[in-house]
Design a protein around this ligand. Structure first.
Ligand code: TYD
Length: 141
């Protein structure tokens, strides 16, 4: 499996600063410090039915960190040349996904809650929804 997916800025797992103590867990993400972008939007995905898949899109500019706050799911990333599959199953570690990456989220456990920290406000024009179009542009980079 390739671990260097992403020709603009490679995808990678990031261990997040942990301040857990005997009162419980506390994990921090600071924009521009723990992730290589300023955080402009946050959303979360939960209650994903068994067998459902999410994602199936790419972004032109957007960067993001994906964290499984609870439960687990897989993120498959694809830069038009190579792909890799990451299992996210810890609130202490996130997957950084840079621009020009196609992603699919699959194999959600029933209790999964995923957090997305992203660099841009929602903009449909930033999306690739067609894989062939994405792949053509990604391979032209
Ligand atoms: P979608 O892109 O299908 O989610 P996924 O990350 O699983 O691919 O988004 C589902 C719907 O939610 C779609 O109609 C767009 C809308 N949406 C917003 O309005 N704002 C957002 O920030 C996001 C992520 C989605």
């Amino acid at each position: 499996m390739s671990t260097t997916v992403g020709r603009v800025d490679p995808c990678r797992l990031i261990d997040l600063p942990d301040h857990s103590d005997d009162r419980g867990g506390l994990t921090v993400v600071e924009g521009g410090r723990d992730v290589p972008f300023e955080i402009r939007r946050v959303y979360y995905i939960h209650g994903v039915p068994d067998g459902a898949a999410r994602g199936a899109h790419g972004h032109r500019r957007l960067r993001q960190l994906i964290v499984a706050l609870h439960g687990a799911f897989d993120v498959v990333v694809d830069d038009g040349h190579a792909s890799a599959r990451f299992r996210l199953d810890s609130p202490g570690r996130g997957l950084y996904v840079g621009p020009m990456i196609w992603r699919d989220m699959v194999d959600f456990t029933p209790d999964a809650v995923g957090l997305w920290l992203v660099s841009e406000l929602y903009d449909p024009a930033d999306y690739y929804r067609d894989y062939a179009e994405f792949r053509r542009d990604a391979r032209a980079l």
